[in-house]
Design a protein around this ligand. Structure first.
Ligand code: GLV
Ligand code: MN
Ligand code: MN
Ligand code: MN
Length: 400
């Protein structure tokens, strides 16, 4: 068996980002394409049949592709400054789990597939879980084709350059009909397993979350000739909004709201910005609470903008309702893992999108730093390697 740590070791140099010390692996970047090529090579080396579907999802099949397949997998794209495990751990563990099952001499009664989803993080085009949303019809292909990245390149052009015909993206009932059950293994992204002192957990639910873009417009002008009283500075307004967002979210039990991307336009030291774009990620277990929080934030932004002679517009970019995973499947995963504990997660996953259409479950692997979306994200070698056997146990049960 190839250990999960050796599989991850082979890709550890791909997509390093010197400034953050983490990884930058946006979908269809050179780095992510290299990772996809690595996956295809590893799958083919195991005799799996690799297909790419119309939405750019990679499928590696053990057995004939067909209905009632047991599917596992994750993603290879990363956030900017991401860790080594968010996504790749689930892909490497899936490859290694196939080795484990074969070493056990196990003959699956159903087809098994490993899936690799593009743009799970939404770090290039803004919509999280883009591949699984297209597959299930949760995102319209027209809207997807029009999405642009930071350079202004459209998703249609970027997918075409990556070998995916943009005319063919969208709901894919044929591919969906093959999935009998989907199980994603993922690094835990908080402190849940540290606190429980356990290596693995079963996912219970995912917090609902939304992404919103705020544009604040003011008046661009000269930093030296414009008196303070004469300014309509959108950056002053936007900075005040960011502080208030943290206060408003902090006042709601269990809510989280983050501004992690903030872009003054045009962005010059001696230039009063003409506009500012910033993005809010808001999450809470109760979707109505998230909606109310965003409505409060929207009103607050309007008020601050007006006081600065500016305008603010808040637009929703993506919405993911709270997901409760299939309880029967969760119980099955839990018992295959020696009664692993249950955890809810604040992080989003393709499993959350698939859960609305097929029985879906997740397993989490302990992260001793409790930190994710950062180079500090970590999994110790023993847990990473043990995750292959844990996933194999779950798959073996589902494939029998
Ligand atoms: C992705 O990991 C997210 O939760 O935003
Ligand atoms: Mn992930
Ligand atoms: Mn992530
Ligand atoms: Mn995620």
């Amino acid at each position: 068996m190839t250990a999960v740590t050796s599989l991850l070791g082979a890709i550890s140099g791909i997509g390093r980002e010197p400034r953050s010390g983490g990884y930058a692996r946006p979908v269809f970047s050179t780095a992510e394409r290299d990772l996809r090529a690595w996956f295809v090579g590893e799958a083919e080396a195991r005799g799996l049949d690799v297909e790419i579907d119309p939405n750019g999802i990679l499928w590696a099949w053990w057995g004939t592709p067909g209905p009632d397949a047991v599917v596992t997998g994750s993603h290879l794209d990363s956030v900017p400054g991401g860790g080594a495990f968010d996504g790749p751990l689930g892909v490497a563990a899936a490859l290694a789990a196939v080795d484990v099952l074969r070493e056990r001499g196990f003959a699956p009664a159903k087809p098994l597939a490993i899936a690799v989803f593009p743009e799970e993080e939404g770090s290039r085009f803004g919509v999280a879980c883009l591949g699984s949303r297209l597959l299930t019809g949760a995102l319209s292909p027209d809207a997807a084709r029009r999405l642009t990245d930071r350079e202004g390149d459209t998703l249609a052009d970027v997918f075409a350059a990556g070998g995916i015909d943009p005319a063919g993206i969208g709901p894919d009932p044929e591919t969906l009909a093959r999935i009998g059950v989907f199980v994603e293994l993922h690094v835990e992204q908080g402190r849940g397993l540290i606190d429980l002192d356990r290596p693995f957990a079963v996912a219970e639910s995912i917090l609902g979350h939304g992404r919103f873009k705020v544009t604040v417009r003011g008046e661009g002008n000269h930093a030296g000739t414009t008196l303070m009283a004469d300014r309509r500075d959108p950056l002053v307004a936007a900075a005040a909004m960011v502080g208030r967002i943290a206060e408003l979210a902090g006042a709601v039990d269990d809510a989280r709201a983050t501004v992690g991307r903030f872009e003054p336009v045009p962005g010059g030291t001696n230039v009063i910005a003409s506009s500012v774009d910033f993005w809010i990620d808001a999450r809470h277990p109760d979707d109505d609470v998230t909606r109310r929080l965003i409505a409060d934030i929207d009103r607050m932004c309007g008020g601050i903008a007006a006081a600065q002679g500016c305008e603010a517009v808040l637009v929703e970019e993506s919405w993911s309702p709270t997901v409760g995973f299939d309880p029967a499947l969760a119980r099955r995963i839990g018992s295959a893992l020696a009664d692993a504990p249950y955890l809810r997660t604040g992080a989003g996953h393709d499993a959350g999108i698939l859960a609305s259409v097929v029985p879906t479950g997740m397993l989490f692997v302990r992260n001793p730093s409790g930190i994710s979306h950062s180079p500090e994200e970590h999994v110790v070698d023993a847990d990473a390697d043990a995750s292959a056997a844990a996933l194999a146990d779950v798959l073996q049960d589902l494939l029998s």
